[in-house]
Ligand binder design. Structure first.
Ligand code: ZN
Length: 176
């Protein structure tokens, strides 16, 4: 499965659950002004509300598709998956958290890395998937990032990384 075709099921899953869920999966409610927005139109507008210009959350793969040239790209480290080496447990088993995050996002881990083209120039780009445990940094994130950096060095091209969005509370704390 190419990294692009993987986008479709993930998007459908997003529309099927969570607070953005709307019957039929075609309409979404703006988080700020509450306007009902037609899904395909919202995607075309890069998930910016046409009524109030609010920037809605965007998944890692959607961001990469919007950023890169059409139909360009090869995923880096796609086969890597997380391991629970410490058998860690807090309120839940870490292994269960991983399974739940994978099921809800359709991603194996929190970072998607791709080698593609931007305006015809080679580029390596990575994006964090916030819906995957807030873009949690585990061994797969580190390995994919390192592989993307090595690929960029090899190709002598730029490496761009989109970090996970900063939580509102964190932003507030940082502005003090
Ligand atoms: Zn709005």
């Amino acid at each position: 499965m190419s990294w692009l075709t993987k986008l479709m099921p993930s998007r459908i899953r997003t529309e099927g659950g969570g607070k953005r869920a709307v019957p039929e999966g075609l309409w979404e409610k703006c988080d700020k002004c509450g306007a009902a927005l037609y899904g395909p139109e919202l995607e075309k507008n890069l998930r910016v509300c046409p009524k109030c210009s609010h920037h809605m959350s965007i998944g890692a793969r959607e961001r990469l598709v919007a950023f890169l040239d059409d139909d360009s790209g090869e995923e880096i480290g796609a086969a890597l998956g997380p391991v629970d080496a410490l058998h860690f447990r807090d309120q839940k088993k870490y292994a269960d958290r991983i399974k739940a995050a994978q099921k809800s996002t359709g991603e194996r881990d929190a970072l998607v890395a791709v080698q593609g083209q931007l305006k015809g120039n080679p580029i390596c780009v990575a994006a964090f998937e916030f819906r995957y445990m807030g873009g949690s940094m585990g061994s797969v994130v580190g390995e994919r990032f390192a592989l993307a950096a090595e690929r960029a060095l090899e190709l002598k091209c730029p490496l761009v990384c989109f970090p996970p969005p900063v939580a509102r509370a964190c932003r507030k704390a940082c502005s003090r």
